[in-house]
Design a binder for this molecule. Structure first.
Ligand code: 8Z2
Ligand code: NDP
Length: 295
């Protein structure tokens, strides 16, 4: 499914650690779980489709080194009961939780005016509520109970490069902006307990599973946006994973409350969708615009 991890980390850096990766059966989550298990971590991957998780686990376990192991847990991250069961499962199987990657997420393509309230809510629940519920559940049931604040925890929230909004996916842009702000609040509230919280904002990362959600639109989308990405290419899942794994590790012990882009030079800006032709409706109010300054 994916190539070798890029990490330069010491083998065994995560030996004995327990990490939860939501959406870990496909795409970015799969690459993150693969890198972690090859560094010796125990990893619970969680998502809705148990068959996909089980197939991923049997592949991922082939990359295991130094006691690393993948466990699977079916979980709809929009559902609070499922979140509680996931944390119970993780504590029972791994005996501890050192890291959480809130990676499960997604959205559908629609102009704002066509999104129903139910659709907006579904996307906010998937991307923002889930992150709040799972982070809080682990904090209350594990990190807040540790006497030794050196027993640190690290949360990495996967968002989107959408600093300037996210046309055609406005619900997701709003939810991810919420995650970024929630990240900063949790980082400040929980620093005394040794819990760090950061965001990673991927630009356009080619994952087969992610792009499959968009059908034929994906090809047209890619050919229109690629020239606008300074790197002139998509990123890969491994290029995101190496930053996520760094942030999970003790090498990042002084980093919290940050949002870091992996976006080929887009500066976490907006995915460069070309606006539809609209006849330049925002004409200047004062004076004439020279013809050459219009499309
Ligand atoms: C420009 C090109 C870019 C091309 C691609 C560019 C991508 C670049 C960057 C981003 C990449 C990625 O994020 S890659 C990751 C992509 N992966 C995913 O998106 C997978 C996860 N997404 C989802 O599961 C769904 O989108 C999500 C809405 C969140 C949950 O869907 P569910 O079916 O479980 O939700 P439900 O609760 O059943 O449905 C609730 C409501 O959601 C609405 N709804 C759900 N799907 C809908 C749809 N396709 N179109 C309209 N409306 C929809 C309906 O109003 C439903 O109400 P009713 O009608 O009343 O029932
Ligand atoms: N690829 C890209 O260009 C970018 C991706 N991202 C974000 O990165 C993350 C991973 O994306 P990517 O790997 O590309 O795409 P995928 O579609 O492969 O990953 C999404 C994962 O989330 C899981 N998921 C979705 N909804 C739920 C839910 N309600 N409960 C539990 N799990 C859920 C899916 O599993 P299942 O369906 O089995 O539940 C799937 O494993 C997403 O949050 C995505 O929005 C951000 C920027 C760019």
């Amino acid at each position: 499914m994916s190539s070798l991890a890029l990490t330069p980390f010491k083998a065994g850096l995560f030996v004995g650690k327990g990490i939860i990766v939501t959406g870990g059966g496909t795409g970015l989550g799969y690459a993150i779980a693969k890198e972690l298990v090859s560094l010796g971590a125990k990893v619970v991957i969680a998502a809705r489709r148990i068959d996909v998780l089980e197939a991923a686990a049997s592949e991922l376990n082939k990359s295991s080194q130094r006691g690393g192991k993948i466990y699977v847990c079916q979980c709809n991250v929009r559902n609070e009961d499922d979140i509680q069961k996931l944390v119970t499962f993780a504590l029972e199987t791994m005996g501890r939780i050192d890291g959480l990657v809130n990676n499960a997420g997604g959205q559908f393509v629609s102009p704002v005016e066509n999104i129903s309230a139910r659709g907006f809510k579904a996307v906010v629940e998937t991307n923002l509520l889930s992150c709040f519920m799972l982070s809080k559940e682990i904090y209350n049931r594990w990190w807040s109970l540790q006497e030794d604040s050196k027993t640190s925890g690290s949360i990495v929230n996967i968002i989107l490069a959408n600093k300037n909004g996210f046309p055609m996916m406005a619900h997701s842009g709003a939810a991810r902006a919420g995650v970024e702000n929630l990240t900063k609040s949790m980082a400040l509230e929980w620093i005394g307990r040794g819990v760090r919280v950061n965001c990673v904002a991927p630009g356009i990362i080619y994952t087969e599973s992610g792009f499959a959600n968009y059908g034929e639109m994906a090809g047209a989308f890619l050919s229109s946006v690629l020239p606008c990405i300074p790197a002139h290419r998509c990123g890969t899942a491994e290029e995101v994973s190496s930053l996520v794994v760094f942030l999970l590790s003790d090498a990042a012990v002084y980093i919290t409350g940050q949002n870091m882009g992996v976006d080929g030079g887009m500066g976490q800006g907006t995915i460069p969708l070309r606006p539809q032709d609209h006849g330049a409706s925002l004409l200047p109010v004062y004076g004439e615009l020279p013809m050459k300054a219009r499309l």
